[in-house]
Design a protein around this ligand. Structure first.
Ligand code: OAD
Ligand code: ZN
Length: 331
């Protein structure tokens, strides 16, 4: 390896080694960075892993991930269920899955509330999410706080005439086992989630113009960072911006050989050149709680989560009671 490195060094300019930007390459180092006032324009990049503790499966975890559990749909390959070309030919599997996975309750996780908490503290520049479950909104993030990079179920459009349809209509169609069809042109109606083969929303391309150069701390949670162009966003922050990964496994890393050579633009948690990337491995809810504790905000943060969860539980109980009353009147 040393020989290779020497060879590369002779033949091309190797990137300079950076001075560490964190006191410690740990969660504590990140907490100190925030406490020092250096991390006050935080970008969060999140994926399906922040919603698994709300009972929504992710895509790629062995065993529980969605792509490992689609055998009954007889797809040519698992991702076909979210591919535009396959959907136009055979929309049934997608809508059957949508019914099966439709959340019974919308209860954001500790990780969702952590982003809301950062927002309330004036520290959140933006949350970039790949998720379509809208839990960031339920947790209190606003349109302005969010870039829903892979769209959401909130609205739907006809693939023929582009007529818009609301979620209430789409939900009814899904639960009646209908293939949703446009009342204007009989075209197929699809929720506005981004399928493979579709372009990401305009807002994504607008916001990335400035957000990543403005960012002074990147927090990445619950994503395997394998789907482009989302995953490449990690490289858009400046070279001195720390990047924290809270995930069950390492993701987004530079190929180890490239890392050893000091090349490659992915995350570098472990090489001798590592200077700003921290991987905290475990459940991201626990990572958020640990970070809140290091920042001295544990009680305040836990109080927010408890209050919001009780509010949602109360709303659900009221809704169920009303449902029961209506049911009783009808019978
Ligand atoms: P993946 O399923 O690819 O990755 C989820 C990541 O979260 C994995 O690295 C898990 O180990 C980790 N994880 C799961 N539960 C966790 C927990 N409680 N705490 C911490 N980490 C946890 O999901 P995404 O990266 O979101 O796109 O997938 C990206 C895109 O691929 C999705 O938006 C979707 C999919 O195809 C489209 O459909 C266009
Ligand atoms: Zn139409």
């Amino acid at each position: 390896m040393d020989m290779l490195r020497a060879l590369f060094a002779r033949n091309m300019a190797l990137p300079r080694h950076h001075a560490p930007v964190l006191e410690e390459m740990t969660l504590n180092g990140i907490a100190k960075y925030i406490q020092s006032g250096k991390g006050k324009r935080i970008l969060c990049m999140v994926g399906a892993g922040i919603s698994t503790s709300a009972g929504i499966p992710d895509f790629r975890s062995p065993g529980s991930g969605l792509y490992h559990n689609l055998q009954k749909y007889n797809l040519p390959h698992p991702q076909a269920i979210f591919e535009m070309s396959y959907f136009k030919m055979n929309p049934q599997p997608f809508f059957t899955l949508a019914k099966e996975l439709y959340p019974g309750e919308f209860k954001p996780t500790v990780s969702h509330y952590f982003m809301r908490f950062l927002r309330d503290k004036g520290l959140l520049l933006r949350c970039y999410t790949q998720n379509i479950d809208t839990l960031e909104r339920v947790a209190g993030l606003t349109d302005d706080n969010l870039v829903e990079a892979h769209g959401s179920f909130h609205t739907s459009h006809c693939l023929g005439c582009q007529k818009a349809f609301p979620l209430t209509w789409m939900k009814e169609e899904i639960f009646k086992d209908n293939i949703p069809v446009c009342d204007e042109c009989e075209g197929l109606v699809k929720p506005d989630i981004i399928f493979f083969g579709e372009s990401l929303p305009q807002r994504f391309f607008q916001c990335i113009q400035t957000d990543f150069s403005d960012c002074d701390l990147l927090i990445i949670m619950g994503t395997s960072l394998v789907v482009q162009p989302f995953s490449s966003l990690t490289n858009r922050v400046s070279e001195t911006t720390p990047r924290l990964l809270l995930n069950m496994e390492r993701s987004g890393q530079t190929d180890p050989i490239m890392a050893a050579l000091g090349l490659g633009s992915g995350m570098d948690f472990d090489s001798e050149n590592a200077y700003r990337d921290v991987a905290w491995l475990g459940k991201c809810d626990d990572g958020c709680l640990a970070l809140a504790e290091l920042l001295g905000w544990k009680e305040e943060f836990e109080a927010l989560v408890t209050a919001e969860h009780s509010r949602i539980d109360e709303e659900l109980t009221t809704a169920k009671l009303q449902g029961a009353t209506i049911g009783a009147h009808h019978s």
